[in-house]
Ligand binder design. Structure first.
Ligand code: DC
Length: 222
């Protein structure tokens, strides 16, 4: 039997991917999977195990030794029996993920895990390389984009209560964009057959509406 559809939501940091992906999953009755959370959890797990995430060989050994499991009820990746979801939203987790995700062993490990999760479809998966590498045959690919200034402001508001200033957040996003787009392994880019939505001047509800409209045009929603 043919698997259920897959929807890929890709784009840079602070563009509203999670909100849009969750709303689409809710609308379609699909599962929502956030792959950025997986790279963050893996970065934290490596760091906690004393692995220098800039050391390619050490990260390779770490990847070969870990056990991954997906907890469907919590919607989180469990690494060596531990759930890192309480700590994945920090700037530190973001930096560890951005650096370690350039490592080929990390990508190989997580991409094959993500493919196994998506085998039966019925999933909205968000990330950087879902439409280009993980599921190039996804039924619908949406690439969300926004100006650097808008994304930095959104991320700053999201991190309210955190001690980072707006300038810190802006510099961090700039550095993360550079690493995500310039890395050799699966750099962030839009799939040729993706629909691009510029969210710079749209409210989140408008973006969700546009995404649902894309799903309707793709024949995935009545
Ligand atoms: O979406 P996010 O900010 O939670 O992602 C954290 C980092 O993980 C990001 O800097 C790049 C990396 N990432 C990736 O390389 N591939 C993905 N599919 C998702 C995230």
């Amino acid at each position: 039997m043919r698997r259920r559809p897959l929807i890929a939501i890709d784009g840079p940091s602070g563009v509203g991917k999670s909100t849009v992906a969750m709303a689409l999953a809710d609308k379609l009755g699909f599962r929502y999977i956030n792959t950025g959370a997986m790279y963050r959890a893996l970065g934290l797990a490596a760091d906690e195990a004393g692995v220098d995430v800039t050391d390619n060989e050490a990260l390779k050994r770490f990847c070969a030794s870990v056990t991954l499991r997906f907890d469907t009820a919590r919607n989180s990746l469990i690494i060596n029996g531990r759930d890192f979801s309480a700590d994945i939203k920090t700037q530190r987790a973001g930096s560890l993920a951005s650096v370690s995700s350039a490592n080929p062993s990390v990508r190989e490990l997580l991409v094959s895990f993500q493919r196994s999760l998506g085998r039966d479809g019925g999933i909205v998966m968000e990330g950087r390389d879902i439409g280009t590498v993980v599921f190039p045959d996804a039924e619908l690919k949406i690439f969300l984009d926004a100006s650097h200034e808008v994304r930095a402001l959104r991320r700053h508001l999201e991190l309210k209560g955190n001690k980072d200033t707006r300038a810190d957040v802006s510099a961090e996003i700039k550095e993360r964009d550079r690493r995500d787009t310039e890395r050799k392994e699966s750099p962030l880019r839009m799939a040729e057959d993706a629909v691009r939505i510029d969210t710079s001047h749209l409210g989140i509800n408008d973006v969700v509406e546009k995404a649902i409209d894309c799903a309707r045009k793709a024949g995935l929603v009545d």
